[in-house]
Design a protein. Structure first.
Length: 312
């Protein structure tokens, strides 16, 4: 018997001041999966997340979240979802323990004190339980925010750019915790700009200016686009980059430090270009497997911005 998805939405649409922010969006998220949302700022990621978890009513479309109707059963959805916002939204003049206790009271958590203590220990916050939230660093605020949105043991965790502004170690620690939660059966939907985070997701959806461009596994998306990439090294890459950008056989050129990644969907044209340049002996061209970052840049380059004023 096929298990029902954690989220299933069809034709979600939302406009603000006449500007379409989410445009006929479809998505299906399997239970227990880590599903990544990728897209530039203003893509509609946050608006879509809020509609899927019952915080915002769509102008059009329908769907379910954890089996509840997103239009008529929003209260039930909120009771079973943990939502971590982009910005730290807890009380900075309360201690870590007081913040968790307050959230636990809101959700009417049973055995509240024991559950708060367990949350402190699970996230490594026990030794700082008496510290004011406003004095925490970005990484510790992130841990507190995750503990708060998990205090009622939700079946679905929605994370809106959760690692923005924290150091690399804090990001790694955070993702270790996310994988642990996923292994316990918690479904995780996360928006991110970091490719090293995106590749840890089971599934990914690319979103640009209100539209879903493509979705699939991290491994398959470059193949779905049909993207081919060469890694180019050698002297004076700036001049070569300018020349390659003008070549009709090149879909994109991306600079990664002292290396150029030259990509395109026309395999034959790209292969001929590589052979032609390799013959000059000035640069080394090596065919590589296209990765998420090349795919992301390629998709974003072809997306049309829908901004014409109004709220972000």
């Amino acid at each position: 018997m096929t298990q029902a998805p954690a989220i299933s939405v069809v034709d979600l649409t939302k406009s603000f001041s006449g500007r379409v922010v989410v445009d006929h969006f479809d998505m299906e998220v399997p239970k227990g999966a880590i599903y990544g949302f990728l897209g530039p700022n203003g893509s509609g990621k946050t608006t879509t997340i809020r509609m899927m978890c019952g915080l915002l009513t769509p102008d059009g479309g329908h769907g379910t979240c954890l089996g509840y109707d997103i239009l008529t059963e929003q209260d039930q959805i909120k009771e079973n979802v943990g939502y971590m916002t982009q910005r730290f939204s807890l009380y900075e003049d309360l201690t870590i323990r007081e913040n968790l206790d307050f959230i636990a009271r809101m959700f009417q958590v049973k055995d509240r004190r024991a559950r708060v203590q367990a949350a402190l220990e699970d996230l490594g916050l026990a030794n700082r339980a008496g510290q004011l939230a406003g004095t925490l660093s970005g990484g510790w605020k992130q841990r507190l925010a995750l503990a708060a949105c998990m205090i009622h043991d939700p079946a679905l965790l929605l994370l809106d750019e959760p690692t923005a502004g924290v150091d690399p170690k804090a990001r790694r620690d955070f993702w270790d915790e996310i994988r642990r939660l996923s292994a316990k059966g918690v479904t995780v939907l996360v928006s991110t700009h970091y490719m090293d985070e995106a590749i840890q997701c089971d599934f990914i959806a690319y979103i640009a200016y209100g539209k879903k461009l493509i979705s699939g596994t991290a491994r398959d998306i470059p193949k779905m686009i049909g993207l081919h990439t060469y890694r180019v090294t050698g002297p004076n890459l700036t001049a070569l980059e300018a020349t390659l950008r003008a070549d009709p056989g090149v879909g994109q050129v991306a600079r990664f430090g002292a290396v150029l990644h030259v990509s395109g969907t026309d395999e034959a044209a790209l292969k001929a270009l590589a052979a032609q340049n390799q013959a000059k002996g000035t640069h080394k061209w090596v065919l590589k497997e296209a990765e998420l970052e090349e795919a992301f840049i390629y998709l974003m380059a072809g997306a049309a911005d829908n901004y014409d004023g109004g709220p972000a």
